[in-house]
Design a protein around this ligand. Structure first.
Ligand SMILES: [Zn+2]
Length: 449
């Protein structure tokens, strides 16, 4: 037995006696409010602008990226009115210089950004970002005139973001949520990189970022169905780690413990608890093979970030000028989307984001105390300051397990010793509030006592 943990264990039995009943009924309600008709409409309206290429016409009333972003801004503005002014809508505008690659002339880039401020004093400065890109491309990324419907890539993701803004802005969350539709993704993550850099300069505490990019189709190129599968991509080794962080990672075998990976584990666990019909599939990579997305712009700034993408992409329906060749149809068209699937992807996003924003922050300064060689493991962390803090859970898994295997409530303490080997297990610490909203796990680093 580990010291004075027996009281905590009694609490743990009370708390975790029935895992399924811990769902927040209000979050269950929110997920039920995702509206298939609205998701479907968003994709069709965005496709209706003909092209949303970042280099396309900005003045035409009905065609091009300018018309698309004016429509998006007006949709967010309507949601802001319905939220009694709580949702704040802004345009993040700048000029991207020509780069002789994908930006052929100085180009105005506009991100549409809507912020739902948190309602609790300590948590309000903690921010979660939900993003998608509203720009699109045909076969040639620098052609401003070709038809580029971009139904799956990425009107589907924008439909998710817009619908979550609508549903969630009627509810309250401890932390702040930013809903954004960015431009310039296909030109090299230009829009998201601008916003993420500014966030870092302003010292924003972004505790998690999720991009939804290509979340619209549930059938692969061979006809295989993936209606209930959604990939979450997470990096293992942080892209921006310092040499000192790399040294610690190598000395402790922590290549599978990044904040982004723990965010992905959290999303998968939360989806399994709330939406057992949807299977979030871990891909332990930053992104698809040799490819990128807007989450990378946040990873570069040191923020935890993951990517959602449908299970199996069909490249005939992505980055292709619409056409028929030898009886084969190319183009990213709405008819290849499964709108019920997009609505379910929205629900996965919602239950994860709502739990993140209602839970305490990930515990800070989590350390494994390594004063002596021992078969016990002592974990220590800094107490969170949230008013509704209930206590902490320790989670663990074998080194070869992709996901947390066990969790134990240890009370409102800042240190615990477990009779388990730090050689053979990976540990994490989660914070939990009085209504059983829990944070993602923080993985410890060694501390010499
Ligand atoms: Zn995309």
């Amino acid at each position: 037995m580990y010291k004075s943990q027996s009281v905590a264990l009694v609490l743990a039995v009370i708390l975790w006696g029935g895992c399924a009943s811990e769902r927040d009924p209000e979050i269950v309600q929110m997920a039920s409010e995702i509206d298939l008709a609205r998701v479907t409409r968003t994709v069709h309206v965005l496709v209706g602008f003909g092209t949303r290429n970042t280099l396309s016409d900005t003045n035409h009333p009905t065609r091009g990226i300018g018309a698309a972003r004016r429509w998006l801004k007006s949709e967010f503005d309507k949601i802001a009115v319905e939220s009694a002014g709580r949702l704040r809508v802004e345009l993040d505008e700048f000029t991207a210089e020509a780069d002789n690659r994908r930006i052929t002339r100085p180009t105005q880039i506009v991100n549409v950004v809507a912020t739902l401020p948190g309602t609790r004093a300590i948590a309000r400065d903690r921010v979660y970002v939900l993003s998608a890109h509203y720009d699109s491309m045909c076969s040639d990324p620098t052609d401003p005139n070709c038809d580029a419907p971009g139904a799956d890539d990425d009107a589907s993701g924008v439909a998710v973001v817009l619908e979550l803004a609508r549903v969630m802005s009627r509810y309250e969350f401890d932390a702040t949520i930013v809903f954004m539709a960015v431009a310039g993704e296909e030109q090299g993550l230009v829009g998201s990189r601008h916003w993420a850099k500014q966030a870092k300069q302003r010292k924003m505490d972004i505790a998690g970022m999720i991009t939804n990019d290509i979340v619209g189709a549930s059938v692969g190129p061979t006809g295989a169905g993936h209606r209930h599968r959604l990939r979450v991509f997470s990096e293992g080794v942080p892209i921006n780690e310092t040499p000192e962080q790399a040294r610690i990672r190598q000395a402790t075998g922590n290549e599978n413990e990044s904040a982004s990976r723990n965010l992905a584990r959290y999303i998968q666990e939360t989806a399994a608890e709330y939406l057992p019909g949807m299977n979030v599939v871990h891909i332990f990579r930053r992104d698809r093979f040799l490819r990128g997305g807007d989450h990378s712009a946040f990873l570069e700034q040191g923020y935890p970030a993951v990517r959602f993408t449908e299970y199996e992409e069909n490249y005939d329906h992505q980055h292709q000028t619409p056409r028929v060749e030898a009886g084969r149809e190319y183009g990213d068209l709405p008819k290849f989307c499964d709108f019920g699937y997009i609505a379910d992807v929205a629900r996965v996003n919602l239950v994860a984001l709502a739990n993140l924003a209602r839970a305490p922050a990930v515990p800070r300064d989590v350390r494994i105390i390594t004063a002596r060689l021992s078969h016990d493991t002592t974990l220590r962390w800094t107490a969170g300051r949230e008013a509704d803090m209930f206590g902490y859970e320790v989670v663990w898994r074998e080194t070869t397990s992709p996901v947390w295997q066990e969790r134990r409530f240890v009370g409102n303490v800042t240190e615990v010793t477990l009779p388990m080997s730090k050689d053979n297990n990976c540990f994490g610490v989660c914070a939990i509030d009085g209504l059983a909203h829990r944070s993602p796990a923080a993985s410890p680093v060694p501390a010499l006592d």
